[in-house]
Design a protein around this ligand. Structure first.
Ligand code: SF4
Length: 154
């Protein structure tokens, strides 16, 4: 029997090659949950219409700006809305999202200078989900947080 999803997860952590460099960032636990149908993958940047690969983007003054100077905020916000819609449809209260991303970062993001410097802040999708009652954690926190899941899901 197919499982019902119990959390959202960044698609790159589930093994999808959707990062700016066209690669994945697979996390073993999330790949396993995805393969079991328990993690529902979302990529706010690609879901909003950006290609993979693509120029990297970072947040600057609340806007998502790509390294080639394009403002891609509306694309990322569109993908964030899609993630929230999925969370609502499946009644998901937990999202494991990739830290430091301008879309998915839950606590830390790159500072907008493309210099690799990281500051406190939230990505656009993480902020939208958190504002709507979804608990956002990162890939380093997820193993202990999986205790939050119902017993039959593990
Ligand atoms: S937007 Fe999120 S899911 Fe997509 S590649 Fe970036 S970190 Fe991964």
């Amino acid at each position: 029997m197919k499982n019902t999803p119990c959390l959202l997860a960044s698609a790159c952590l589930c093994g999808a090659p959707c990062r700016y460099d066209g690669r994945a960032a697979p996390h073993p636990e999330l790949v396993r949950l995805y393969e079991q149908g328990l993690a529902l993958p979302v990529c706010p940047e690609v879901d909003g219409g950006l290609p993979a690969p693509r120029p990297p983007c970072e947040l600057r003054g609340g806007r998502a700006v790509s390294k080639d100077g394009r403002d891609v905020t509306e694309r990322v916000l569109a993908g964030a809305e899609q993630a929230l819609e999925l969370a609502r449809r499946y009644n998901l209260r937990l999202a494991v999202l990739k830290e430091k991303s301008p879309a998915c970062g839950g606590k830390r993001i790159y500072d907008g200078t493309f210099s690799g410097r990281v500051i406190a802040g939230q990505g656009l999708a993480a902020a939208l989900l958190a504002a709507n009652g979804v608990t956002v954690i990162n890939e380093d926190e997820c193993v202990s947080a999986l205790d939050l899941l119902p017993g039959e899901s593990r």
